[in-house]
Design a protein around this ligand. Structure first.
Ligand code: ADP
Length: 228
């Protein structure tokens, strides 16, 4: 589903974020990206939803080469990729319901279907009762649940998450992990960058370790495996 071939990324300021990365992720996998700050994890995530493009090499998702993709085709790609951030990034002036349905309205989904799919996403994250409130009336964990609901409301093939538990206490972090686990069980590929040692060690999923822009370890059922 995802293939990186000799991918390097050098930012305009000269920072070498990724150096000659080769990587293959199959449909349905759950993958943790681990490594010290500045290793290149977020850059991999941003390449996946084409927030960035590689300086060299190819990123192919579902047979589509993201480098050759025209800008006008990017919205179509993003519809099939859900993104969750550490800092939630909900729209503060929209209600919970609107934050989720917005993702469907902008792509022209019919009203009735918007309503059905938004409710289903809210049910999945267990927050149907909060649909009318605004993000600042919710706890951090609840806000992250809403952002997960928003990420999956299009039923994407791929969910990418950049430190989704980074702002949450351990119990709440596990609630979010439960959600991601179940979303993956339903067939969505999940790629998650994280510093959460306990979570990585307990989940026993594939672990790809990055250091200084290079893959240093790639293990099925791996652990966190390095000292922060
Ligand atoms: P991580 O997510 O593992 O902390 P990043 O992918 O954010 O690592 O960063 C990798 C390297 O690229 C770091 O040296 C960082 O300073 C640099 N970098 C990241 N984003 C940018 C950017 N937008 N502009 C310039 N340099 C960046």
């Amino acid at each position: 589903m995802i293939q990186f071939t000799n991918v390097s990324k050098i930012y305009p300021n000269g920072a070498r974020a990724l150096v000659d990365i080769n990587l293959k992720i199959e449909s349905g996998e759950f993958v943790f990206l681990v490594g010290p700050s500045g290793a290149g994890k977020s850059t991999i995530i941003r390449l996946l939803y084409r927030e960035e493009t590689p300086t060299r090499g190819q990123v192919v998702i579902n047979g589509k080469n993201l480098l050759r993709m025209k800008d006008r085709d990017v919205p179509h790609l993003r519809r099939n990729i859900g993104v969750v951030f550490q800092d939630f990034r909900l729209l503060p002036s929209k209600t919970v319901l609107e934050n989720i349905s917005f993702a469907l309205e902008v792509i022209g989904v019919a009203k009735k279907e918007v309503r059905e799919r938004t409710r289903a996403a809210l049910d999945l994250v267990g927050l149907a009762s909060k649909e009318k409130v605004f993000p600042n009336e919710l706890s951090g964990g609840e806000q992250q649940r809403i952002s997960v609901a928003r990420a999956i409301v299009n039923n994407p093939a791929l969910l990418v998450a950049d430190e989704p538990t980074g702002n949450l206490d351990p119990d709440t972090a596990w609630e979010i992990m439960d959600l991601l686990y179940n979303i993956n069980k339903r067939g969505t590929t999940v790629v998650m960058a994280t510093h959460a040692r306990n979570i990585v060690d307990q989940m026993q999923k594939r672990v790809i370790a990055i250091e200084s822009g290079k893959i240093t370890r790639d293990e099925q059922k791996g652990g966190y495996g390095y000292v922060d």
